[in-house]
Design a binder for this molecule. Structure first.
Ligand code: SF4
Ligand code: SF4
Length: 300
């Protein structure tokens, strides 16, 4: 359970000539496939045989998404067997834990966003601040005990840069520190696969992820599962809907367990904010990223 010591942190880059098995996991809408596409392109440029296998059905937002990327001089199977992933890149914390057994024991590199997307079935009580059935393991339980690597708030870093959707590129930047490929080439590949208007933010996100270092132990938040879900006197919850992004599909209105939301003509609005438990179902399911839930007592 030791936190990763600063002096142990510097990654030992894999040589550019080495083939790898890389597993990228997350939930719908997070950009798993963008990471695997960037990896596949980088590998192809080196003349490797590349196989990519992915599951992204039922994943509009919230469903499980994973992508296996394998490259070497010769690759037979498109999927990575349990215990044979050289690297596991997770865009969501519970998915990171779910796939941990695919890493090579003692040798695999683990890179995960610490942000949680709590599925509706984990919200067993609708009482304000009630504990959820979400995974209890903390980053400190995983990093340093089971694998080389790191857990970072990639979503927070991307948000600070101006767009939380670039969290996947933050993780790609972090991953790049373990691969001996030129930074300029990463930039080129990213620019080729992201939408034109997002090239700048994605480049900044990549650089931020690559340059990330873990906070010193006394700066690290006291992250325990109990602290993450316990109600406290400062519990502050708020839900807001950005009318400019809302297309009025009504998904959030129909699925809010507390009936806090309503349609107001062509847009969704927050009707009874006081009833909101901060479960994040609306934020998670909105296909247009129009909903933001602030839940400072139950960190994301
Ligand atoms: S789910 Fe999103 S797009 Fe649909 S009504 Fe709600 S806020 Fe608008
Ligand atoms: S408004 Fe959103 S966060 Fe609040 S209870 Fe409804 S679904 Fe959950």
């Amino acid at each position: 359970m030791r936190p990763l010591p600063q002096e142990d942190f510097a990654p030992a880059p894999r040589p550019a000539s080495a083939g790898l098995n890389i597993l990228v996991v997350g939930v719908g809408g997070q950009g798993v496939l963008m990471i695997s596409k960037a990896l596949a392109l980088m590998a192809q440029r080196r003349g490797f045989a590349v196989k990519q296998s992915e599951v992204h059905g039922m994943a509009k937002r919230g469903g499980i998404v994973f992508s296996h990327v394998r490259f070497a001089e010769q690759v037979w199977s498109p999927t990575i067997a349990r215990g044979e992933a050289d690297m596991l890149i997770a865009l969501e914390w519970a998915e990171a834990l779910r796939w941990l057994d695919h890493l090579r024991p003692g040798r695999g590199v683990f890179i995960a966003d610490t942000r949680k997307i709590v599925p509706p079935f984990a919200c067993r009580s609708r009482k304000l601040g009630a504990p959820s059935a979400y995974a209890r393991e903390t980053p400190a339980d995983v990093v340093g005990r089971h694998a080389d690597g790191c857990a970072l708030d990639a979503t927070g870093i991307a948000t600070a840069l101006g767009d939380s959707r670039a969290a996947n590129t933050v993780l790609l930047g972090r991953l790049s520190a373990w691969l001996d490929y030129p930074v300029a080439e990463w930039h080129e590949v990213i620019a080729a696969i992201v939408p034109k208007g997002t090239r700048e933010i994605n480049r900044a996100a990549f650089d931020a992820g690559r340059a990330w270092t873990p906070p010193a132990p006394d700066e690290a938040p006291a992250a325990s599962a109990a602290a993450a879900v316990a109600p406290g006197p400062d519990l502050r919850i708020g839900v807001s809907i950005d009318a400019a992004w809302c297309k009025g599909c009504g998904i959030c209105v129909k699925l809010c367990p507390e009936r806090c939301l309503a349609m107001d003509g062509p847009k969704a609005i927050v009707r009874t904010p006081a009833a909101c438990t901060g479960c994040r179902v609306c934020e998670w399911l909105c296909p247009d990223f129009a909903v933001t839930v602030r839940n400072e007592g139950v960190p994301a």
